[in-house]
Write a protein that binds this ligand. Sequence first.
Ligand SMILES: NC(=O)c1ccc[n+]([C@@H]2O[C@H](COP(=O)([O-])OP(=O)(O)OC[C@H]3O[C@@H](n4cnc5c(N)ncnc54)[C@H](O)[C@@H]3O)[C@@H](O)[C@H]2O)c1
Length: 263
Amino acid sequence: MKKRFNDKVAIVTGGASGIGLAVSRALIAEGAKVLIVDINAEGAERLERQLGKHAKACCADVSSEVDWKMLTDQVIKWRGKLDLVCNVAGIGRSGSIEDIRLEDWDAMIAVNLTGTMLGCKHGVRAITESNGNGAIINMSSVGGLAGTADLAAYNMTKAGVVSLTKSVALHCAVQRYPIRCISIHPTFVDSEMLDPVAAAAGIDRATLVAGMTKQVPVGRVAKPEDIANAVLFAASEEASMISGSSIIVDGAQLAGIPSGHPA
Ligand SMILES: NC(=O)c1ccc[n+]([C@@H]2O[C@H](COP(=O)([O-])OP(=O)(O)OC[C@H]3O[C@@H](n4cnc5c(N)ncnc54)[C@H](O)[C@@H]3O)[C@@H](O)[C@H]2O)c1
């Protein structure tokens, strides 16, 4: 049976861990070749060894334009073209509007927002220059569509990703480039990203996840594979009429208030 991503070449940022790792694995299982980009060189190289010849690790900082030029050159040299960019790398730091630290605000803008913008800019260039044909998938969050009292800066960066995605989608459409752009909005995902949050609260990850589970109406937090499934659909031919929009993977979290009569 023909795999969904046979002959497709992808860049996945944040590929050493969590959602990016699950996306890299799933794309390769569906026939793609994946450049696994991460600031964590050891993690990306470990995954390259696990996934074999269809994967290649590349250590880069997504907030650096020099690094984006280097990694788009590298993918073209490796496989001759680029079809997909999955901008998954991100960092999360807590803080309400009263206690947000400027260094955390700046760090999240650099990775979550500037990193995604550079991935779109250099992705559009490299896909069009190499006669690729596909999609750019940007990782936002439910926090890009709703506020959270103690995640003011994080949510701002994820809302910025929504607006950026729409502008990129429209630009590609009016230029008649064969590139779609979509944002993905996960609820809580049980990944390494939760470790520093749990540590800051003085609890372990399992206790944090148990608390988060109560806030997701379907009764569980997401697994990285739940989000990878949505990314693969968004990037596939089956989604060829979807661009500029948001795919929410939230177990009904944003659907409304679970009960008007809580016990
Ligand atoms: N975990 C959640 O609950 C959750 C929920 C909604 C959205 N998200 C978003 O999903 C994405 C992935 O999160 P995750 O849960 O897999 O986290 P994670 O911490 O497991 O993985 C993030 C990866 O990004 C890499 N990274 C960080 N800064 C980088 C940089 N400057 N350049 C290159 N790589 C860098 C890290 O090394 C890591 O491998 C993030 O954008 C995050 O905001 C996560």
